[in-house]
Design a protein around this ligand. Sequence first.
Ligand SMILES: [Zn+2]
Ligand SMILES: [Zn+2]
Length: 325
Amino acid sequence: MRIIFRSLSFLGFLFLSVASKGQLTSSDIFDGLKVTLCGTSSPLVAPGRAQACVAIETPGHLYIVDAGSGSAATATLARVPTAKLRGILLTHFHSDHISDIADFNLNSWVAGRPAPLQIIGPEGVERVVEGLNIAYELDSRYRVAHHGEELLDPILGVLQPRQITEGIILEEDGLRITAFEVSHPPIEPAFGYRFDYGGRSVVISGDSLVTDTIIEISDGADLVLHDAMSLQLVQTMENLASRTGNTRLATILHDIQDYHATNEDLQRVVAEADIGQLALYHLVPAPRNAMAVSTFTGLIPEGALITEDGMVISLPAGSEDINID
Ligand SMILES: [Zn+2]
Ligand SMILES: [Zn+2]
């Protein structure tokens, strides 16, 4: 297993800039799983970080897992090719995972997505999609009236729900997606997803405590993206809120401590599962600067990666390399 950290060279940047204007995109020439972090934060806002969102790309597919606030803009800035977006997989329906669905729908519709956008998730997804389609019906009508049906086919602007249960939910052109149940009480069910393509694999926990199922499905995976909460930092914030009389904030900071993976839980993941790279996202609290990152890093398993918005982790097909840009 080789883990390579890279930053985009000037030539690479130039290539991507040119490619994004022409027919060729970087994804056309990369065979493997390409993972772009389009949101690494949680409901506690942090500058420079959108809420939960991960884009998973192969040469023929693009799926997004969750679409928290700010993530559609972050995905655009990270040059995620939304014209080929097939679906958004929702882990659950907390607002920090669904706020930007409509923006992804509009952006991909305008970019030329050839089929309606599927919104895939556990029971409840039909209700969420019905509400969004109603809320954005007028917006869609204005866009079509302004740009014409030839550019914006009205059918392609309507979200399509797909309710799923645990297990393999998709197998197409070499990509397999498996949904598994996670623990995020009181939300039931909440899902995580595993992607397999070209002999490579990515597991995304969504919001969850560390469970036996997560350990099992992560075993042998190249990359595991896991929810992470620094219990020490959250408890410190709770104490400060209490001492300054902000009891509402103190209550919320207390309540969130029992449904995200803590540093100690994450130690269990690396101890019991054979993983190429553990990377942490949906950070609670999301570090705002280098000092906060180093405080967070000091408490997590050795070698675990704190992700940032715009970070790309590539797993070339038929290889053992993990490239982090
Ligand atoms: Zn949640
Ligand atoms: Zn969340």
